[in-house]
Design a protein. Sequence first.
Length: 247
Amino acid sequence: MKTFTFTVEGQEIIDYLPGQFFMLTVFGVGEAPFAFSSIAGKKFQATIREAGTVTEALHKLSVGNKVGIRGPFGKPFPLEDLQKAGTILVVAGGIGLPPLRSLIQYIHANNFPKQVILYGARTPGDLIYKKQFEMWKKKLKTEMLVTVDRGDQKWKGNVGVVTTLFDKIKVPEKVKVVTIGPAIMMKFVIKKCLELGIQPEDIIVSLENRMTCGYGKCGNCGYGKYLVCKDGPVFSYEQIKDIKGIF
């Protein structure tokens, strides 16, 4: 897992919103979609796991090598709705934290309500952005709890899946939940939220499945009546709750 920093030649400001994605080409190898993991500016970042042909080639590149960038694509998180919430509950599992890092940074840079970050990974070694945890915790109106499925001798924190952290916080009434992670994790986060009385329209997920073209032409990312790359990747649970096979 590496965090890459990109600069687009000839473009002073790279404009996008948290939740959107871009298409990256490693020349001579192929193209793949990735989420922005920082807020917009002169440069942008993406945290990418080595998991396929394109990512393997990307991880072998050196500083200064050129890649192709298309985007931004997709619909961002509903920022206006989130700003009106009493509390934003951010629930991340494993590699679901990078796209949420963009949202966390955006919240810190703007006048947003309180946010609670719940983050879980398989082991302490799988936690990413560890150096930023304390910085996030020190931010005004921010609370962060971390858990791992399996601890080690050095781990002093919570052990258990990310939904166990719900028992350690007081979930407010006027809350918006934003969750990204493995499908099975999001399934149980949604289940927990519904049990707590959180409405489907107040649960926001991001589906980053099988996107190929980025703008709704190839149809590879179809789920029910939606194309993930065009109609998403951000959806409310209310929009997708009746579609089979998502989680």
